[in-house]
Design a protein around this ligand. Structure first.
Ligand code: KIV
Ligand code: ZN
Length: 504
């Protein structure tokens, strides 16, 4: 049973690895999921929804590994209100110290009729049976009536009451299609918390999608009306327009404690790093003007604003960049910086480098420093991530390349790639330099996956900025994302391609 004290803060239930991963292009490898889970644990997320184990053996294995290797948070797994799903979730969660099964069934008339083909009575029965079955495996059970915001409030009340009776300890009210508005969603929580018999035995939870750009506002309205858990993702990734962005709700509660009056337990200084990790792993870029984690979120461009901030920071700044883990004075390294200074920076950026990784990253740092005068934290983060993404088992290594292009010449590229330690070289022409080099890599490796997405973004500003490339390849039903960075865009694209090939 939830005590008053337990209800006195807002639990953060992160679903980056489940609802977040469901969006196109965000598929992650097992090791990437573990890396994200570790960061979520570092930032003191209360619950990590690690995946949907029944959906595939790969999902099952990832949930099991997160359960085993991520101490700290409660690990949750999703299950439809069906025996096979629940058994699979409970099995995958076994290695976790604290585990939760999250079971769901649709409750709106449109979903019950057209998706499930079931009467409300049958749905009610399935929900009760599912929760009871979950309780045979775990004490911590979350129930979600899917499409709750388009459900009949009275049916929702009956359903919530029945599942609490059956043993559910968290009741999540999903706005599955991102349809609700703050006042309406807030009122729904007030109605349920007041009218569901036994409501005090459960934590009520908000789960919003951002189709109307209201996910953050809706989640906060739920909190103001008694919700004590928010389900969210880093950078707001998720189905369609995404889920509630964790950084937004957390920082709203921290910055506006005067009006919201309640806090989370998130270590906000880890937000920027979490955002970076999710961005680079998924290849889903963050729009520059995105609240909290966008590149411009703390940048003051207009003269009047700059002048104000210099005179008194709070004239135009409601949050300090340091609060979300951004350093206000970015350290600069250059070609004369030694290994010790480089290592010190890497550690300050939150990495724990192994000796070999550190040496490889340092060598790349020297290469980059030859081309770029000043190297910022963001550059170091990008190049270090590049090196750590490589592994000694990687088949393909880019040893070198040449490119020639121009308005009146056919773009031509040559590559030198080490394959299992043997050097091979090929050249090719293409529509542009990137196309040419990708064709040359394909000839060399004998693999010709489809490039379904290529995104190039600058890491820092200026003409000599480092660029980060993220490429999504599709090959024989598999989709992988590769990343690469360099001051040379073509090199960044090539590194990203080779990194993706290694994953295939
Ligand atoms: O949006 C939704 O309804 C969900 C449920 C599975 C909780 O993600
Ligand atoms: Zn969802």
């Amino acid at each position: 049973m939830a005590t008053e004290d337990q209800k006195d803060y807002v639990r953060i239930f992160d679903t980056t690895l489940r609802d977040g991963e469901q969006c196109p292009g965000a598929a992650m490898t097992e090791n990437e999921k573990l890396e994200i889970a570790a960061q979520l644990a570092t930032m003191k997320v209360d619950i990590i929804e690690a995946g949907f184990p029944i959906s595939s053996p790969v999902q099952f294995q990832a949930v099991e590994r997160i359960a085993r290797e991520t101490p700290g948070p409660i690990i949750a797994a999703l299950a439809r209100a069906m025996r096979a799903d629940i058994e699979s979730a409970s099995k995958a969660l076994l290695p976790a110290k604290k585990r939760r099964i999250h079971t769901f069934i649709a409750s709106s008339p449109i979903h019950m009729k057209f998706k499930l083909g079931k009467e409300p009575k049958e749905v009610l029965k399935m929900a009760i049976e599912a929760v009871k079955l979950c309780r045979e495996f775990v004490d911590d059970v979350e129930f979600s009536p899917e499409d709750a915001t388009r459900s009949e409030p009275e049916f929702l009340r009956e359903l919530c009451e029945a599942v609490i009776d059956a043993g559910a300890t968290t009741i999540n009210i999903p706005d599955t299609v991102g349809y609700t508005t703050p006042a309406e969603y807030g009122n729904l929580f007030k109605f349920l918390i007041t009218n569901v018999r036994g409501a005090e035995k459960a934590i009520f939870s908000a789960h919003c999608h951002n189709d109307l750009g209201l996910a953050t506002a809706n989640s906060l309205a739920a909190v103001q009306n008694g919700a004590r858990q928010i389900e969210c993702t880093i950078n707001g990734i998720g189905e369609r327009a995404g889920n509630t962005a964790m950084e937004e709700v957390v920082m709203a509660m921290k910055t506006r404690k005067d009006t919201l009056g309640i806090q989370t337990r998130i270590k906000t200084e880890e937000i920027a790093r979490a955002s970076y990790i999710v961005k680079t792993i998924t290849g889903m870029l963050v729009q520059p003007n995105k609240a909290i984690v966008g590149a411009n979120a703390f940048a003051h461009e207009s003269g009047i604003h700059q002048d104000g901030v210099i005179k008194h920071r709070e004239t135009y700044e409601i949050m300090k960049p340091e609060t979300v883990g951004l350093s206000s004075n970015r350290m600069v390294l250059g070609r004369h910086s030694g290994r010790a200074g480089f290592k010190d920076r890497i550690v300050k950026l939150g990495f724990s480098p192994q000796t070999e990784e550190l040496e490889a990253a340092y060598q790349r740092f020297l290469e980059i420093a030859d081309r770029k005068k000043e190297i910022y934290d963001e550059d170091i983060r990008a190049l270090f991530s590049d090196e750590t993404r490589k592994s000694t088992g990687d088949r393909y290594q880019l040893e070198g390349f040449t490119v020639s292009t121009g308005t009146k010449s056919t773009p031509t590229a040559g590559v030198r790639i080490s394959i299992d330690g043997h050097i091979r070289e090929e050249s090719a022409t293409g529509d542009g330099p990137v196309d040419a080099i990708y064709r040359a890599i394909q000839k060399t490796t004998g693999m010709d996956p489809d490039v379904s997405r290529l995104v190039i973004s600058p890491v820092t500003e200026g003409q000599d900025a480092m660029a980060e490339a993220s490429v999504t390849l599709e090959y024989k039903g598999e989709r992988v994302v590769g990343k690469g960075s360099s001051t040379d865009i073509i090199e960044a694209c090539s590194r990203a391609y080779i990194s993706a090939l290694n994953r295939l």
